[in-house]
Design a protein around this ligand. Sequence first.
Ligand code: AMP
Length: 421
Amino acid sequence: MPNYQPQRGTYDAYYEDALNIEKIEDSLKSVALNYGYTPIHTPIYESTDLFTRSAGESSDIVTKEMFDFTDKGGRNISLRPEVTAGVMRAIVSNKLYATHDLPLKQFYLGPAFRYERPSAGRYRQFNQFGVETVGVTSSYEDAETIILGVDALHKIGFKKVILKINSIGDQASRDNYRTALKEYFKPYIDEMCPDCKRRYEVNPLRILDCKVPEDIEKVSNAPKMGDYLNEESKARFNEVLSLLDKEKIEYVIDNTLVRGLDYYSHVVFEFHYISDNGTNLGAIGAGGHYDNLVHEVGGPELSSVGFAFGIERLNSLLKEIDLENYARPTLDAYIVYLGEKAKDFAFSFAHDIRKNNLKCDINLEDKSMKASIKIALRKNAKYMIVIGEDEINNNLYQMKNLLTQEQVALSKEDIIAALKK
Ligand code: AMP
């Protein structure tokens, strides 16, 4: 017999988990809609070149983690390792910047794929929810995006979000900083890890992301980005910070934060959450301002700001911190019938209840009364409605509150009216 298992780094979600994932996704979508964003759907695979150009040759995503293949037509294709590049491509392919008001405000939700070493909170197929605001000049837009992120996390149940924030400045500031970093790391680089050696050549800022224990001290003593921001970049960062202050959004300035993708400039940020038990899955979301991406994929020079949350990380943390509110399957009513004639009637009764936008289930496999009660309880039904031939003849059905055990006999119409309450 075959014995299929999920592929390494993938998972199946069902019952509570799947319900809670959907609940999180619904809340995130509704917050984005409240802020005036509209959904954008883009393909799960794109040309490999789109990701190498946008994420940058030095990012781990591109160098190590792409799920890439050649299709039957000989095209180089990759499953998207993140969604932003595809959204930018779609904006350019469809010329949305010319046909819709700027800034464009889009949100997305869907799977991304990275060939990573699976660990807690780290999958090879995972889901991201994110927003992108495209055609941004004002620092207010940067602040608004961050506030949206905090707001969304609060709505789904994260009370004490840690917002880490930094500015990596404009191109000129980053060029100066890059020179300073190269100078600083020069005496050490030969003894540092292979990734750092590669990053030193391609993008020394990325060395600050190094997690290899032997390199950490050298990294922590490196020059700080904040000392290399020019006046313009400093002013923009301060504007964003003062808007966050104004809205009473707490943050921690982390001047080692550079993010894993090459396209960012100015403000970058990460959302973290550490549970009371100390569970820390790393960033639950992250983003920043970026200047070149639209142009890089063939469109005009438009600056943008955005972030992405990892749905799986949100879900597993929520399960730990807020189990009480963790979604469970529930029903307004569970219908139990006794006998063939009652089955026929109950079948239609269930439909009539559902037509009133109520959640109703019925097991049509002729279960005994005892078995039906157990099922109703397991399905967290609020009420159980019992239908037998006598009940049909009298148009009076037993409706039992499964929490209080109270039982009343009501007509079909009154049952529906009572359920609606
Ligand atoms: P990034 O695009 O790397 O900034 O990631 C944005 C968010 O996606 C992160 O903060 C995580 O919450 C989530 N994420 C990234 N990689 C993974 C992964 N391999 N598995 C699960 N979630 C991930």
